[in-house]
Unconditional design. Structure first.
Length: 205
């Protein structure tokens, strides 16, 4: 049952769900009679999961968590909370769109493992560009970009080990270094991939 400070909520707006896989609310045992305080030992094996929703229309203003709008969870042997109380939780501040909540920190995928290029297939193509090439390597992720020389190219992540790209045009034949970039970070500068541009009148086959 939920007991709201300052007033008693109707049973229609109270709900509790039992779940034996959710972390406990750090319930502490209470009793109206000091001589009857006891630890509910077998209760340590079970946990309660509660879904609380604030019905006040205050989506823009989250309110003050120090005010009276707090909830408590009470465990009792009877439906009436005036009966024998086994445990009661600490005060909880509830808000659907609270500015007091903490967002989980978004991890930078490049911090997990450094992307690297192992091979490029095919490793050569025409200076006119537009060829489809597969960059093979490790630790690729969505948002990772491919650079041919100094030119950023269109790329598509296939797997964490493969990226599909289209080669940009180049005015002269020769070898260009292929590196990776994510935001302001560059990878493979020390060990770049290499792609050979061939002119139609410099065909090697």
């Amino acid at each position: 049952m939920f007991f709201y400070q300052g007033q008693t909520l109707s049973s229609e707006v109270m709900s509790a769900f039992q779940d034996d896989h959710i972390h406990p609310f750090r319930l502490r045992t209470l009793s109206r009679n000091a001589q009857d305080l006891r630890d509910v030992g077998q209760g340590k094996r079970f946990f309660l999961k509660f879904f609380l929703k604030c019905n006040q229309n205050c989506l823009k203003n989250a309110g003050n968590p120090r005010d009276m709008r707090r909830f408590q969870v009470v465990v009792s042997t009877t439906v009436n909370v005036d009966g024998h109380v086994l445990a009661v939780s600490d005060n909880m501040f509830v808000h659907n769109n609270s500015k007091h909540g903490r967002r989980a920190r978004r991890l930078d995928p490049s911090e997990a493992a450094t992307p690297c290029i192992k091979a490029i297939s095919p490793s050569e193509g025409w200076t006119t560009g537009g060829a489809t090439v597969i960059i093979i390597g490790d630790n690729f992720f969505d948002g990772l970009q491919v650079i041919f020389g100094t030119m950023l190219v269109w790329s598509e992540l296939i797997t964490p080990h493969a990226i599909r790209v289209q080669t940009p045009p180049r005015h002269i034949p020769g070898v260009v270094e292929v590196t990776l970039s994510y935001k302001s970070k560059q990878f493979c500068k020390g060990t770049p991939g290499r792609f050979i541009y061939t002119g139609k009148n410099h065909c090697r086959w």
